[in-house]
Ligand binder design. Sequence first.
Ligand SMILES: Cc1cc2nc3c(=O)[nH]c(=O)nc-3n(C[C@H](O)[C@H](O)[C@H](O)COP(=O)(O)OP(=O)(O)OC[C@H]3O[C@@H](n4cnc5c(N)ncnc54)[C@H](O)[C@@H]3O)c2cc1C
Ligand SMILES: NC(=O)c1ccc[n+]([C@@H]2O[C@H](COP(=O)([O-])OP(=O)(O)OC[C@H]3O[C@@H](n4cnc5c(N)ncnc54)[C@H](OP(=O)(O)O)[C@@H]3O)[C@@H](O)[C@H]2O)c1
Length: 446
Amino acid sequence: MTKVAIIGAGPCGLSTLRSFEQAEKKGEKIPEIVCFDKQEDWGGLWNYSWRTGSDQYGDPVPNSMYRYLWSNGPKECLEFADYSFDEHFGKPIPSFPPREVLYDYILGRIKKGNSKNKVKFSTTVTNVVYNNNNFEVTYRDKKNATSSTDIFDYVVVANGHFSVPFIPEYPGMKAFPGRIMHSHDFRDAEEFRDKNVVVLGSSYSAEDVALQCHKYGAKSVTIAYRHNPMGFNWPKGMKEVYHLDRLEGNKAIFKDGHVQEADAIILCTGYLHHFPFLSEDLKLKTGNRLYPPKLYKGVVWQNNHKLMYLGMQDQFHTFNMFDCQAWFARDVIMGKIKVPDSSKIEKDINKWVSMEEKLESADQMIDFQTEYTKELHTLSDYPKIDFELIRKTFKEWEHHKVENIMTYRNKSFSSPVTGSIGPKHHTAWEVAMDDSLKTFLDQPKK
Ligand SMILES: Cc1cc2nc3c(=O)[nH]c(=O)nc-3n(C[C@H](O)[C@H](O)[C@H](O)COP(=O)(O)OP(=O)(O)OC[C@H]3O[C@@H](n4cnc5c(N)ncnc54)[C@H](O)[C@@H]3O)c2cc1C
Ligand SMILES: NC(=O)c1ccc[n+]([C@@H]2O[C@H](COP(=O)([O-])OP(=O)(O)OC[C@H]3O[C@@H](n4cnc5c(N)ncnc54)[C@H](OP(=O)(O)O)[C@@H]3O)[C@@H](O)[C@H]2O)c1
């Protein structure tokens, strides 16, 4: 019987488990599947951990999410085609839920089946090599401190790429008297109440960590961009300046001459695609981009078609794109989709990579990833979902952010699956301090 290893039980690993479960429900004979996750439970980054550094076994903590994290995109853009928000919550809910609500949703459909018994938790994959037409997968059961090696026909790499921080160094850091940390280790904005915070970066973490610090009472928040500013209309107490030059004592000195006293520096400088468990010939080497190289349809490893990577793209689209990738990977594994010859693969990859290299604006990037996901969607039986509505929603969301970065999360959108419209949330994001599922779902009675 064909054996498949899935590395990671985050959203991508769960999409893969779900895709096989759906095929089995239709009466198809599915391969034997073993999913490994180094955490104690499933959900990936959405499974919040207070821990930073290493876990109780000395293994690096993969988690990068923090308390009070709310979805930064409309939930309608990430909705599963086969399991709507309305179905999960029994009613329409607002468009920008906090982490705990999305975590509940991600787990909802998979909990209904029996996929959990396919997952080995607290088990870290430590080595994967391809030998004699098979993969040798070595994994460490952390609780029992044992290592084993099993043979698999296919490997699905779904270990995420927002877990291993990229940490640059700037002059003066060694002598800085305050706290220097990466957004990977950011857990609670309360820590920075009444502090002067400097944030480095100009992408989603910089934007959201800076807003969190402001929302929870930082004295000042200074964001330093390196290439392009985010350029939002920041509220009083926040500003954006050009690139950090150096630190002198507790002073941050920027390349535009600006000087700011700082209690803390938060490096929102992104993450590394990191696969310490893969042999070099199997390893994807890429930065955070919309079309990483050497992946046919963004999924199948060009040099070995029995190796699949899920979710390795920079992400506008998330959960339903992961589903489209998982359904595609499943059908390749089950022989329903034939991978073409190497020249066709090369041509297809080059087409997407060269299109990606010409992208300039956020709207073009949204179009690009929507086209990619739409194409993938046509290749499997993943259920119908309105990608044109998702494209439109992403663009409106981008424009709402430009209008007012403090209020974009108070807007509502309609579902690409059921058509229902997200109701207005009872409390504006700016003043909603309690992010619990209960508070979010309980609309106070008028
Ligand atoms: C701070 C932050 C906020 C985000 N917010 C949003 C948001 O609001 N909306 C959105 O759609 N997306 C958001 N994302 C994007 C996020 O990447 C996806 O939502 C999603 O979590 C990606 O799923 P994944 O399965 O690829 O990876 P992950 O969620 O990272 O899951 C990977 C899993 O692999 C496991 N693993 C890693 N290495 C090994 C190993 N060697 N052996 C065994 N298991 C291993 C990990 O334990 C983990 O459970 C956010 C990302 C970050 C960093
Ligand atoms: N739900 C939420 O609210 C939320 C919150 C946070 C993050 N996220 C998600 O997390 C994921 C990761 O986002 P991310 O922002 O961490 O990573 P990212 O999108 O890869 O951005 C990395 C940033 O680091 C900057 N950078 C890299 N090296 C630098 C250096 N030496 N000095 C200064 N700046 C440097 C880059 O600047 P250049 O452009 O100049 O290279 C870029 O702005 C995204 O999917 C995002 O959606 C979501």
